[in-house]
Design a protein around this ligand. Structure first.
Ligand code: PMP
Length: 404
């Protein structure tokens, strides 16, 4: 059913070597590799369809527009949004969060108003709000975590007050792998009349997400983390919110009529898409979504969960192994440290064995501070990783450990 060797053939890069050793790519949390269908769709579009989208009367422009808008429908279906008006193409999660911080902040926040975030956020979901803090004098309230890396939901409930305007939380931690109970957290926020933005950068590649079931108000994710091209991502927003937000950037596409006296803005989602969109990357993203959908998100999830369990079990054999993030609900991300071996040394030596892992603070310095460390080694899995690759990782870690 889940034919891993056949799947791996779809990803040419996986058969290359580094330092004369087979590549074991375990840095999927940073970005995933691309299947042929995605890369070929980019080449095909440039070679045979390329033309700027929207308003073009000529054949190519109309064909390119159909592809681009078809991709929007593919995204809508994938995340079960009500309408394509709710799907805004951005450059990625970072831009999507910044868009909400900027536009929501402009429309609905004033000095002293509060945004609830958590201790496990990626910098993009911290600094975007700090920029707003500098402009408007808003305050950040932070949900603490337990030592296992789970959110303190008891504290979360106490953070709401009459100044709370938005909750902005990650669905899955890119460091701890913790899957946060966002559905319940959204229900709690809504009970206080507060909307929620979910950072889905690390959830969308691993399991199905459903905007209507989650009932979230905004949701952000990146194409490159879900086997799609770089430079494209999505902001989902409920129509009733997007309608009430001012535009993000000014330019072509986002207007209805322009005069020096008065400009009117385009309808959704174009109001938030100033300038020429990356219509080639949107095709690539749709191909990536088609690819994972054909495999089945449930099967991908089952495969990665099994790999993660196997990896945790095997890695625990290593003397001095310390897992950073042991939440009950954990995704395919394993952060660790071994004894007092520096994460950078571990990562560099593993690299020479062909194993690509990430080291450092993973764009989550406040989380590192909370954990009292300056970084971790992180192995993160994707749909094409195998138990044999986990074995190479474990043997590598043991070998490095022996050296110290
Ligand atoms: N949020 C999380 C949880 C992430 O893991 C990342 C990427 N590491 C981002 C946001 C930012 O994504 P991008 O760089 O694609 O905008």
């Amino acid at each position: 059913m889940y034919d891993i060797s056949k799947i791996r053939e779809d990803f040419p890069i996986l058969s290359r070597e580094v330092y004369g050793k087979p590549l074991v790519y375990l840095d999927n949390g940073a970005t995933t590799q691309k299947p042929k269908v995605v890369v070929e769709s980019l080449v095909d579009e440039y070679y045979s369809v390329n033309a700027n989208v929207h308003r073009g009367v000529h054949f190519l422009s109309q064909q390119a527009t159909e592809l681009h808008e078809g991709s929007r429908e593919t995204v809508r279906r994938f995340i079960n949004a009500r309408s394509t008006s709710e799907i805004i193409f951005t450059r990625g999660t970072t831009e999507s969060i910044n868009l909400v911080a900027s536009c929501f902040g402009e429309a609905f926040m004033k000095e002293g108003d509060e945004v609830i975030v958590s201790e496990m956020e990626h910098h993009s979901n911290i600094v975007s709000w700090q920029l707003l803090q500098a402009r408007k004098g808003i305050r950040l309230r932070v949900i603490p975590i337990t030592d296992a890396g789970e959110l303190r939901l008891d504290v979360y409930e106490q953070l709401f007050n009459e100044r709370t305007r938005l909750v902005s939380i990650t669905h899955v931690s890119n460091v701890l792998g913790t899957v946060n109970p966002v559905r319940d957290m959204i229900a709690t926020a809504h009970a206080h009349g507060v909307p929620v933005l979910v950072d889905g950068a690390q959830s969308t590649p691993h399991f199905a997400v459903d905007m209507q079931a989650l009932d979230c108000d905004f949701f952000a994710f990146s194409g490159h983390k879900i086997y799609g091209p770089t430079g494209i991502g999505v902001l989902y927003g409920k129509e009733e919110w997007l309608d009430r937000l001012p535009p993000y950037m000014g330019g072509g596409e986002m207007i209805k009529n322009v005069s020096f006296e008065h400009t009117t803005f385009n309808e959704l989602p174009y109001k938030f898409e100033a300038g020429t969109p990356d219509y080639v990357a949107s095709t690539g993203l749709a191909k990536a979504i088609d690819y994972v959908s054909a495999l089945g998100m449930d099967k991908i999830y089952a495969h990665e969960q099994e790999l993660t369990r196997y990896a945790m079990q095997r890695m625990a054999e290593v003397e001095g192994m310390r897992f950073i993030g042991t939440a009950a609900e954990k995704d395919a991300v394993i952060s660790f440290l071994v004894g007092d071996i520096h994460h950078l040394d571990m990562g560099t030596l593993l690299d020479h064995l062909g194993v690509a892992v990430r080291t450092g603070h993973h764009c989550a310095e406040p989380l590192m501070r909370r954990l009292g460390i300056d970084g971790t080694v992180r192995a993160s899995f994707a749909l094409y990783n195998t138990k044999e690759e986990v074995d190479v990782l474990v043997e590598g870690i043991k070998r490095v450990s022996r050296m110290f």
